[in-house]
Write a protein that binds this ligand. Structure first.
Ligand code: HAM
Length: 418
């Protein structure tokens, strides 16, 4: 029998306090901003039928060909841990017959079998929004701006936005053929993976990370130069809406993004501080995906942001010094019941309260209060019991005074300074 493994699997991460509080803080900032724009939270399963991803992310995409955690369950079903959020949201919208248009946001873990490095893990966390049923280019711009607002709220200042358009059903087939021909001429300079991409979907060659491929395609025709008039107009409107908001974007006419469902607008947030894995988030329009899932023709656009990278790029999010916690201290067994009651009463009043039941010594309880970074201790001893009061000790200043039973909740709250 081999030794049981006692370490976390490669490519995963533990968020222990205080980092867990940072992750939660970032998620909550996102929730607040998303709800401010009218998005409502959706929670979908962490695994789906494999087809959900193969048919949407794209059979030729790196995610589908190399990165999915796929398995057969005990009932022989082909399932996959979700590598991204968009396909599951589309599936859920249709399955639950949500009324369109609808604006949804999500927060959760995602899984990709990749080579772990700084900013790239096999389990990671994303937050994202999807606007389904909205066709206006002003929505694309609003979502792009929304992402920058999120990064700004977290103090990330070195984030640039790259924007592109990759055309639609009408103009892309002709462009794809032009690109295929052009890439065939330089086929011998492309890697083996790109040879396959060339057959399946030549646009995927733009995603290739191999330097020689990037050099070989330097002057390959870009999608933006082959847009139909409607796509051109859409793109111009996105860009002018960004300019109206004073958002400085970078045009990147090679930004096709690694997923097959996009049309028209694609965008990505890049941070200079992240090294090789420099994409904080990205998204785009996917006007055909709902239809491909068997739904009605439904324009859609969305974005997803990686939280591990966001935490790496954000200046240390200051944790509140004072944890808004009251520690109830009892001096002897005789006061333990009263201490228990008080903690329940404080909690019922919305005040976080904790007791160290195990330390019968007061010194041990004060140590526990310090370790928990409590703001104050509410002390009950025989004196307090006989007078019907509590002693309230402010742990920041060391000051202590008596408070009546009726006034204790307010007195504790007054010590919760931010
Ligand atoms: P994506 O570009 O594949 O887009 O992922 C979005 C973000 O998730 C990335 O920019 C990155 O921050 C983070 N991310 C991706 N893979 C990893 C990883 N292995 N480790 C750490 N972070 C990672 C999507 O997922 C699309 N669903 C976005 C979208 C929403 N498009 C339309 N709506």
């Amino acid at each position: 029998m081999s030794e049981p493994r006692r370490t976390r699997p490669k490519g995963t991460q533990d968020f222990v306090p205080p980092d867990s509080a940072r992750l939660l803080h970032v998620e909550n900032v996102f929730r607040r901003l998303a709800e401010r724009c009218g998005y409502q939270e959706i929670v979908t399963p962490t695994f789906e039928h494999t087809d959900v991803f193969v048919k949407s992310s794209g059979e030729g995409s790196d995610i589908v060909t190399k990165e999915m955690y796929s398995f057969k369950d005990r009932g022989e079903r082909d399932l996959t841990l979700r590598p991204e959020g968009t396909p599951g949201v589309v599936r859920a919208v249709l399955e639950n017959r949500l009324r369109l248009p609808c604006r949804l946001y999500y927060v959760g873990p995602y899984f990709r079998y990749c080579r772990p490095q700084k900013g790239r893990t096999r389990e990671f966390h994303q937050v994202g929004v999807e606007a389904l049923g909205e066709a206006s280019p002003l929505v694309d711009a609003e979502i792009i701006y929304f992402g920058t607002d999120f990064f700004r709220s977290l103090g990330i200042s070195d984030c640039t936005v790259q924007v592109n358009s990759i055309g639609c059903r009408d103009c892309r087939p002709a462009y794809r053929e032009t690109l295929r021909k052009s890439l065939f001429d330089r086929k011998e300079r492309l890697c083996a993976d790109c040879h396959v991409r060339l057959e399946r979907n030549p646009l995927r060659v733009f995603d290739c990370k191999v330097e020689s491929c990037q050099l070989a395609i330097q002057d390959a025709p870009a999608p933006r130069q082959h847009l139909c008039r409607a796509c051109e107009l859409h793109h111009e409107q996105v860009l002018s809406a960004l300019s109206r908001r004073g958002l400085l974007y970078e045009a990147n006419d090679r930004l096709v993004r690694g997923l097959d469902y996009y049309d028209r607008t694609t965008f990505e947030y890049i941070s200079a501080s992240l090294g090789a894995q420099d994409s904080l988030g990205g998204g785009g329009r996917y006007d055909y995906l709902v239809e491909e899932f068997g739904g009605p023709a439904t324009p859609a656009v969305g974005v997803a942001i990686g939280l591990e990278r966001t935490l790496l790029a954000a200046p240390a999010v200051p944790l509140p010094e004072n944890r808004h916690l009251a520690f109830v201290v009892w001096l002897s067994e005789a006061e333990l019941r009263a201490a228990e009651d008080l903690a329940d009463r404080l909690r019922a009043a919305g005040i976080p309260a904790q007791i160290d039941y195990d330390s019968s010594k007061v010194k041990g309880q004060f140590k526990s209060a310090d370790a928990a970074r409590a703001a104050c201790c509410v002390i009950i001893g025989p004196d307090e019991m006989s007078k019907g009061v509590y002693s309230l000790k402010d742990l920041a200043t060391g000051e202590q005074h008596e408070v009546s039973s009726d006034a204790v909740a307010e007195a504790v709250r007054a010590l919760f300074r931010d």
